[in-house]
Design a binder for this molecule. Structure first.
Ligand code: SF4
Ligand code: SF4
Length: 67
């Protein structure tokens, strides 16, 4: 079975849930309430990459060079 990489640190995921913790309240699991985001009329989200359920890279998010 392939291990999943940690999204915060250079290691395999150990299930610590640190990546799910609220940025404003360490005792809360993020529920995507948006209070930590400075959203105006519009927002842009940069996607670094897309992964499948096993953590394999589907798309790196880097622009391809034109030939
Ligand atoms: S649960 Fe912990 S180890 Fe796993 S991805 Fe989140 S921060 Fe990394
Ligand atoms: S979206 Fe809400 S719950 Fe999630 S980290 Fe931001 S403030 Fe915390």
């Amino acid at each position: 079975m392939e291990t999943q990489k940690c999204v915060l640190y250079d290691r395999d995921c150990i299930g610590c849930m640190e990546c799910e913790t609220c940025d404003l309240d360490l005792n809360k699991i993020c529920d995507n309430c948006g209070k930590c985001l400075d959203i105006k009329d519009f927002a842009t989200i940069k996607i670094d990459g897309i992964y499948d359920a096993e953590g394999r890279v589907i798309s790196s998010g880097r622009k391809r060079k034109k030939r």
